[in-house]
Structures are given as C-alpha cells and as structure tokens.
Design a protein around this ligand. Structure first.
Ligand SMILES: NC(=O)c1ccc[n+]([C@@H]2O[C@H](COP(=O)([O-])OP(=O)(O)OC[C@H]3O[C@@H](n4cnc5c(N)ncnc54)[C@H](O)[C@@H]3O)[C@@H](O)[C@H]2O)c1
Ligand SMILES: [Zn+2]
Ligand SMILES: [Zn+2]
Length: 361
C-alpha cells in the first residue's frame, strides 16, 4: 500500500523547484509516516537545488518540520499515531563507534527510512537530509521523530528540526559558550540569529552580530545581540576587536560558510579562542591560512554539524524554554507560505528579506 500526496521537488541542478505528486509507501519495520503541519525553508534546501550537496536528483526538499505521526511500522515503540513530533536528521544508531563511546551526537550511521518515496513513474526521490517535508506527508525512520509538547506552534517547533537547532547548538554545544564570554556571529540569517539566541541563553555578556544587511542586524538585536556590525561598510575583524577591548571574541561563529567569512572568524577571535563553522561550504571552496597563525593563536577550530545536538535531549528542553517565554522561536518565523511558494521563498532568502519562510501544510 502507498498514498499519493503533493511534494516540492528539485529535478535538476539550478532548475526552479516544482510541486508534484509523490508516492509515500506505508511504513515498514522501524519506519513512520508523518502528516506534516509546517516546514521551514532553510538555506540548505537551496544548496541542494544548486547541486551544492550532491548530484542525487531529484530531491524531495524540506527538512525543518513538525507534524503528527500518522502510522508506524512493525517494531516501533517510542512513538504512536497522534504524537506531535519534530523531525530530526540525527536518529542515532546506538551501534557505531561514536555511539558506543557515548558520543551519540557524532553518530556515524544515523537512520533514515529504508523504503524510498518516488515520483508517479517510479523514479526514486532523495529526501533532503533524509526527511523531505515540503510534502503533505513523508516517510522517515521512527527515530527521526522527536516527541514534544503539542502546545508548541508547529511553525516555530519545526524550525528546531534543523537551522535553529544548528545555530543554538553551535553556540551552546560546539562553542561551549558560557557566562561572561564574548561571542561574535558572522551571518545572521536563521542559523546565525539562532546562534545569537543560544549565546544569550548561555550567559554571554557581549554578543556581536555581523551581517551585510541592516535588517538582519536589527532582528539579531531582538534575539540578544548587544552590538552589531555591518560588514559591507566596516571591516568586521577590526570592529569585533574594538568591541572586545582590542582582544577579539572568545567564540566566533561563522554562520555563512565562505572562505572569507571563515578567515574573518579566525582573526576576530581572541588568542586561545574558538572558531565554530556552522555555515556549509561548497566542494570548490579552499582555505589558505598561515599555518604559523593556526599554531600561534592557539585555541580551537571546530565545525558544527546540526549544532552537535541530540534531538531527544535538546528538542524537548528548547521547547520548554519556548513555552516558558525564554526562547523566542516565533521570532524566527518571518512569514507563512503555501506549498507552491518555495521558489519565491528562495528568492526572498537570497535578497535577505526573511529569517525563515515557513510552508504551512
Ligand atoms: N551546520 C549545520 O548543521 C547547518 C544547518 C542548517 C543550515 N546550515 C547552513 O548555515 C548557513 C546559513 O543558513 P541560513 O538558513 O541562516 O541562511 P540565510 O541565507 O538565512 O542567512 C545567511 C546570512 O548571511 C549573511 N551573509 C552573507 N554573506 C555574508 C558575509 N560575507 N558577511 C556577513 N554576513 C553575510 C546574509 O546576509 C544572511 O543574513 C548555510 O550555509 C546553511 O546551509 C548549516
Ligand atoms: Zn551511531
Ligand atoms: Zn536546514
């Protein structure tokens, strides 16, 4: 058995996305079908469409989603139909070397659905990050469903499924920001603004937001930035140093992912400070740094996949903070759109008009 629903696919590199009929199989052992309520538009979806992630077209896009479990396959015990869940792309295996060492956040063998969703002609789809949630329903591994408080708004909750978790986690998990730290965040889209919010949650006392757009900087202030730098007018490295008594920040988070922004992050950091790369580079990008500076400046150069999160630990905790009014997830939802509006949402993202457009289904 299977069902036909509408989904947004990217058929070929650079081509506009299209809404079409997709076939969702019934859940097999260890799988679940989820009725999607809301799914945010992340820059990673655009990377997929541009062929920046891999060449496995056609992609079923969308991966920042919340919904209700519709049906589960054999052997699924952690979730049941009717549960309100956030979809995650880190369903840990429990068996790999990382998991066995208790470092589940680095799991090397995360689970996705074994069966494939397809087009009507049988062409297999590659769901973005193993999710594919610009669709009325999607098929995932049961472990990709994290149960949270159903009182949370689906649009806000879904954002924790990727970019907002990645940003918050880049600050609190990877960067280990703590009370009294100075933090700079380069690029304040959804991910970077979430890093600002994470730095505030962790108790950083100086939070410097850097972007090219004044509108983004204004929003970042709302999430907790104490200072802002427009890098189209001011050298961000100089500015961050000036705002940190000449030292540089303890933690600098690159939420853009370009060689230039990485180099800025590297030099805007105090001696023995930490750089966190959370923006995703493309395969062509190269970095050149004097190795003596890498050595001489000390500290740590880290990358943050998904904010080093553990969905089962971090999603319910952050949803609690949200329902208590201590984490403004609603503030990331700039607009709610229909399933046919993803292409325009990409354009608005590229123009810098939005933090997150969220598709309501
Ligand atoms: N590591 C992860 O797990 C993870 C998860 C989700 C997204 N991402 C990645 O994070 C990055 C940001 O995603 P997003 O959804 O926030 O994108 P976005 O397009 O909403 O935000 C990017 C921001 O960077 C700003 N910017 C661009 N160039 C800049 C520069 N030279 N200096 C300063 N600011 C600059 C833009 O104005 C914009 O505000 C993307 O590369 C995305 O793929 C990573
Ligand atoms: Zn594992
Ligand atoms: Zn994402």
């Amino acid at each position: 058995m299977s069902q036909q629903v509408q989904g947004v696919i990217s058929r070929a590199k650079g081509a506009p996305v299209e809404t079409t009929t997709i076939i969702v199989p019934d859940p097999g052992p260890g799988e679940a079908v989820v009725r999607i309520h809301a799914c945010g538009v992340c820059h990673t979806d655009l990377h997929y469409r541009e062929g920046g992630i891999n060449d496995e077209f056609p992609f079923l896009l969308g991966h920042e989603a919340a919904g209700t479990v519709e049906s589960v396959g054999e052997g699924v015990t952690d979730i049941e139909p009717g549960d309100f869940v956030i979809l995650n792309w880190r369903a840990v295996c429990g068996q790999c070397r990382a998991c066995k060492r208790g470092r589940h956040q680095y799991c090397f063998d995360t689970h996705n659905a074994k069966q494939k969703m397809t087009l009507e002609d049988g062409t297999e789809l590659s769901p973005a990050l193993g999710i594919g949630a610009f669709a009325d329903k999607t098929l995932v591994a049961a472990g990709q469903c994290t149960k949270v408080d159903p009182n949370a708004s689906a649009a806000a909750a879904g954002l924790l499924g990727c970019g907002i978790m990645a940003g918050i986690g880049a600050a609190i998990n990877t960067g280990e920001v703590t009370r009294g730290d100075s933090v700079a965040v380069i690029g304040c889209g959804g991910v970077g603004s979430a890093a600002v919010a994470g730095a505030r949650l962790a108790g950083a006392n100086r939070i410097i937001a850097v972007d090219l757009e004044d509108r983004k900087l204004e929003w970042a202030r709302g999430f907790g930035a104490t200072h802002t730098v427009n890098a189209s007018r001011t050298d961000p490295v100089e500015a961050v140093r000036e705002l940190t008594d000449g030292f540089g920040a303890d933690v600098v988070i690159d939420a853009v992912g370009l060689p230039t922004t990485y180099e800025q992050a590297f030099y805007a950091r105090d001696l023995a400070g930490t750089v966190v790369l959370v923006g995703v580079p493309t395969p062509q990008m190269r970095l050149e740094l004097p190795l003596l500076d890498v050595f001489g400046r000390g500290g740590a150069l880290k990358s943050s996949w998904y904010g080093d999160c553990l969905p089962s630990r971090d999603f319910p905790m952050l949803i609690d903070l949200y329902t208590q009014g201590r984490l403004d997830l609603d503030g990331f939802v700039t607009e709610e759109i229909g399933i046919g509006d993803v292409e325009e949402a990409f354009a608005r993202m590229e123009r810098g008009d939005v933090l997150r457009s969220v598709v309501r289904l």
